[in-house]
Design a protein around this ligand. Structure first.
Ligand SMILES: *Cc1c(COP(=O)(O)O)cnc(C)c1O
Ligand SMILES: [Zn+2]
Length: 422
């Protein structure tokens, strides 16, 4: 039994990002010596993956099983996450003056954000660690993904949310049967409570006590883009940044495909996009600093990016710099305009985090930082139906008519009406 577990383990070690010390892949999430994050490493030498291997595989993140940290396939909690569309965005590209623009559309994951990717891995891991429940402190997307996957795994889920959390998010989380605990306090206080809980009970908190495994789910966003571009990697990707875990994972994904010779060893620029009201990484990058100064009071409509003290902030700066990418922010006004532009040109309705990437792309083009023939991928990570209030007052009001053709004719635009000939 023990032998089998070791034989099946895809992860070789957990390696400290700072001092390089390696640990066996257990439920440990920070280096004992320097408290830095740990990264999953795999036996890249003996993995004999070829492009052809992926042809017949399921259209979900689990097609990359060998590169995900789950030991036994029977533990996979599978809601069909991932392998989302990569849209060739010709109409948006034309508007912005780009020839090769793509939208990676993660608005269509099972719970409507990319968080399904890391949470699918974390909850599968919870089964391997015999956790008795899933717990999470969150204000939205992470909680919804955790609640849905806990339901599928048959595990109870406890969600700690600040008491001012939006109604529609509570409804989604509640529908999956999670226990919702509204904490009389801020998100940070809810989070501190969650940490105390994790010290008391054998619960898995996806983005906390199994973080080295959790983050691995997000690197599939790099793998899929390579495959969907027929194995020729993009020149430049734009990634929304909150804690920075997503951007670092995407960088790691491209690195792993290079290591495995699945893609050519070309440079891929990685750009970090933040909302102006919470842009500590962009501020540090522009000042040429390598550490990120925490922001006390984030204030932005892009709430899923409103993390004032980004855990991976310094690593984002490192990745962005090494890749030759940039860091830029967009105001709430620019974010709303970008949400509308994306929806109207490509038919993709994003939450503000997705608007941030498109708004930042627009700004970088206007400032001459991007040339028109680069192949660019914009990551759009969350669905607009999660946050209708962001644009509610910025779309045209419905037009009221009587149920008659005459009434309709009074409101139609003449040039849109041509007579149908039989
Ligand atoms: C969490 C989240 C992000 C940011 O991910 P980080 O890993 O915190 O940087 C981006 N978009 C959406 C929709 C999210 O929910
Ligand atoms: Zn260390």
């Amino acid at each position: 039994m023990l032998y089998e577990v070791f034989k099946l383990d895809t992860v070789k070690t957990l390696k400290c990002r700072e001092c390089g010390k390696e640990y066996p892949p257990t439920k440990i999430y920070a280096c004992e010596d320097c408290f830095a994050p740990l990264d999953s490493t795999y036996d890249y030498e003996s993995l004999q993956l070829t492009r052809r291997d992926f042809r017949e595989r399921p259209k979900s993140i689990w097609r990359y099983f060998e590169l995900l940290p789950v030991s036994d396939r029977s533990n996979i909690v599978d809601l069909g996450v991932g392998y989302t569309p990569l849209h060739q965005a010709d109409r948006l590209g034309k508007t912005l003056g780009l020839k090769n623009l793509y939208i990676k559309d993660d608005t269509v994951n099972p719970t409507y954000s990319f968080k399904d990717r890391p949470v699918a891995v974390a909850v599968s891991k919870a089964l391997e660690f015999n956790a008795t429940a899933i717990g999470c402190a969150s204000t939205g997307n992470l909680a919804a993904a955790s609640a849905a996957h806990a339901a599928k795994a048959g595990l109870p889920c406890y969600v700690f949310v600040p008491n001012d959390t939006e109604h529609n998010k509570i409804v989604q989380i509640g529908a999956y049967g999670a226990n919702i605990l509204t904490v009389n306090g801020t998100y940070d206080e809810a989070n501190r409570l969650a940490i105390q809980v994790s010290e008391e009970y054998n619960w898995v908190f996806p983005n906390f006590n199994v973080r080295p495994y959790y983050v691995e789910g997000s690197k599939t966003l790099a793998f899929e883009v390579c495959e969907q571009l027929n194995w020729s990697p993009p020149d430049h990707v734009i990634v929304p940044t909150g804690s920075g875990a997503l951007l670092c994972a995407i960088g790691k994904g491209f690195d792993e495909f290079k290591t495995l010779d699945l893609i050519e060893d070309v440079n891929i620029k990685i750009t970090s996009a933040q909302p102006h009201g919470c842009s500590p990484v962009v501020t540090a990058f522009k000042r040429g600093e390598t550490v990120v100064e925490p922001l006390e009071h984030p204030n932005t409509i892009a709430k899923s990016l409103a993390i004032g003290d980004p855990g991976d902030g310094a690593y984002v700066i490192k990745r962005v710099k090494e890749s030759g990418g940039l860091a830029e922010s967009a105001t709430d006004e620019e974010i709303v305009e970008a949400i509308k532009l994306l929806a109207r040109t490509e038919g993709v309705f994003a939450e503000p985090a997705g608007g941030v990437t498109v708004a930042v792309l627009k700004k970088l083009i206007e400032n001459g930082h991007i040339s028109c023939d680069e192949t660019i991928v914009c990551y759009v990570t969350g669905n607009g139906l999660k946050t209708p209030q962001a644009i509610l007052n910025r779309i045209p009001r419905p037009i009221e008519i009587e149920p008659s053709l005459d009434s309709l004719k009074t409101v139609l635009k003449p040039k849109e009406v041509t007579v149908w000939s039989r």
